[in-house]
Design a protein. Structure first.
Ligand code: XMP
Length: 310
């Protein structure tokens, strides 16, 4: 791929499509939406409004960090606090697709309100080729594939969608990000799914359970950073396991550590994590999160497993 040519072509196309109208971008801080937003910002300048929907399912300090990075790129990110709305929608839901649906519907409700407020006619989305292929193939319904969920954005919300990265795979998106001057901490970032930590919680998604998986995720990311995995994270199981505390039996949570190597997320292999790193992970997670009594390492490739747990 000729990256420069791709950027020029997409900027021209975005400018032409939007014309004198306004566009809005919902940034998640992940590679895809960051690259799409930066591309649109370069093409549209002040005609683009960039919002960050804080659904309460982000990793530690993520909203603040993303805001700071984009401020340095000249993009003023508006943080929309929708945490209560998302937790309310996810309450009591345990079925994976039900959770995805609740997340997606809430996302578009919150987002729709922002679009109406900003009078934008266009939505910039960081959909990439793998999202489309996997949704059409029935692997999952990505939160951003509107055609799949029967939403007509133009009828429902009055906006049209622009997806400048829809023909690219992850590694190409990173190349575009690099060429656009996106800092390494964003374009080298591990992929992070739209429905965020909800994809890493088996059972109900509550603020307490999110907090737990968030803490474990930070530890996993810290310990595995030197290995530079494609993606590494913690998953919270629904069952409890038995542990010991001060010589007595106690029931606690079970955390699964998942780390995979992949090119495009369509297939993946478990990272061969050295034993000493794995044992350090188990000891840090159980020590720093005392309600966790067991830590396991997942060794299933994709397929047959998917990368995320829901
Ligand atoms: P799976 O779990 O299907 O994930 O093997 C493949 C890749 O996609 C990411 N992922 C998502 N990304 N919205 C996204 O933007 C989603 O709903 C979603 N679900 C999974 C996942 O992290 C992995 O990199």
């Amino acid at each position: 791929m000729d990256v420069r040519r791709f950027i020029e072509r997409q900027m021209e196309e975005i400018k032409e499509t939007v014309g004198k109208d306004k566009a809005i971008s919902a940034l998640s801080g992940g590679v895809d939406s960051s690259v799409a937003t930066l591309l649109a910002h370069r093409a549209l300048g002040g005609q683009l409004r960039t919002i960050f929907i804080d659904h309460g399912l982000m990793r530690e300090k993520e909203p603040e960090e993303v805001k700071a990075v984009f401020a340095r790129l000249g993009i003023d990110l508006e943080i929309v606090d929708a945490r209560n709305e998302f937790f309310e929608a996810l309450k009591g839901k345990i079925d994976p697709e039900e959770k995805r649906k609740a997340f997606r519907n809430t996302f578009y409700k919150v987002f729709g309100r922002q679009v109406l407020k900003s009078k934008a006619r266009y939505l910039i989305q960081g959909t990439i080729a793998a999202d489309i292929i996997e949704t059409r193939g029935g692997v999952k319904t990505q939160h951003n594939i509107l055609e799949q969920i029967g939403i007509d954005p133009e009828k429902g919300f009055g906006f049209k969608i622009i997806e400048p990265l829809k023909e690219l795979f992850k590694h190409e998106v990173r190349e575009v990000g690099k060429a656009l001057g996106l800092p390494e901490i964003i374009f080298k970032r591990m992929p992070f799914p739209g429905p965020a930590l909800a994809t890493r919680i088996i059972g109900e998604v509550t603020p307490e359970r999110v907090d737990l998986v968030r803490k474990a995720t930070r530890i996993v990311e810290e310990e595995l950073a030197p290995l530079q995995p494609f993606q590494a994270f913690a998953v919270l199981m629904n069952d409890m396991g038995t542990g010991i505390e001060e010589g007595k039996r106690k029931f606690g949570h079970i955390i699964i550590v998942r780390s995979v190597e992949s090119q495009d997320a369509m297939t993946a292999q478990p990272t061969p994590v050295p034993w000493d790193v794995l044992t350090r992970l188990a000891s840090r997670i159980t020590r720093e999160i005392p309600s966790v009594v067991r830590v396991a390492y997942e060794i299933t490739p994709k397929p047959p497993a998917t990368i995320e747990y829901i």
